[in-house]
Design a protein. Sequence first.
Length: 367
Amino acid sequence: MVRIIGSPSRYIQGKGTLSELTKYTEKFGKKMLVLVSKSGKGRVEEKLNTAVNGTDTELVWEIFNGECSKDEVERIRKTVEEQKCDIVVGIGGGKILDTAKAVAYYANISAVCVPTAASTDAPCSALSVLYTDDGQFDEYLWLPKNPDIVLLDYDIVATAPIRLIISGMGDALATYFETRACMRSDATSCMGGKVSKTAMALSELCYQTLISDGPKAKLSLESGACTAAVENVIEANTYLSGIGFESGGIAAAHAVHNGLTCIEETHHKYHGEKVAFGVITQLMLENVPEDELEEVLDFCIRVGLPVTLQDLGIEKIDRAQLLKAAELACAESDTAHNMPFEVTPETVLNAMLAADRVGHYYKNLFA
């Protein structure tokens, strides 16, 4: 039985780290394509200029078009080729980072991921999630290696909109439950091996960190403070979840997220927000003990993650629409089939409806 652990070559988090970026990248090259949103550039430009000041590193700025699609990846790859860049640095959210990793793969250059929020576990993974140009899930692009560097700067991450780190908690919440499902079903992980004890332990530590520090981190950020709880959640959202899901596996929670992307009303919700509802749906599929379900729902409600379809923007339940989402979740190429039992569109639909009802019940109970 092959067990594989994947991770970035270097993981760095701390205060002011972006201003020292070239200290970590100098061995990879001297010409960086920096992929960033227009607003993100304003947040990081001064720090990057400080990082390259006095060095022979050159920056080539490229503004992200907004979607991690095949067209966008190819557009940026052409720029890398024309500018003769040897490093691509993605600075932003999950879609920018996934785009940067895909570009680095196709251009055969080094990838550096600099999240501006701890909003997903995308930075550490050897995976790019591709969407269509209009925002629907397209496919997973499995990459041959993890990013060369993942770097988080507290000055940036801890000052991002709080909703982003909460979304990251939703994404990270899935890691333990999906890894556990993959271990029970003996599924193959994202790395192509079986679930190792290390992957299971990291996934469980991720969950325990969220439960113990997530609500405190939210309150700290609301007061403008970067506390130990905030630092722990940043690590859980980014590193523990990133290594845990990739070396452990993904299952129904992310498959439900992928299905929900076909419903236009959910498009304004972040990845982790839809994944959180996917977690509750997976727990309903598994018929977990009530105390475990309560712990997850209590956590989601306390930090502000969606627990109902209404929370996702779906005001009126349309069974035909939800069935379409369930069918997409059960696509042959998706990960719902990593569950340790048969999963069908009907069972996913029923679990989604039950998750919605349970979410309403506990919101009223905890109100």
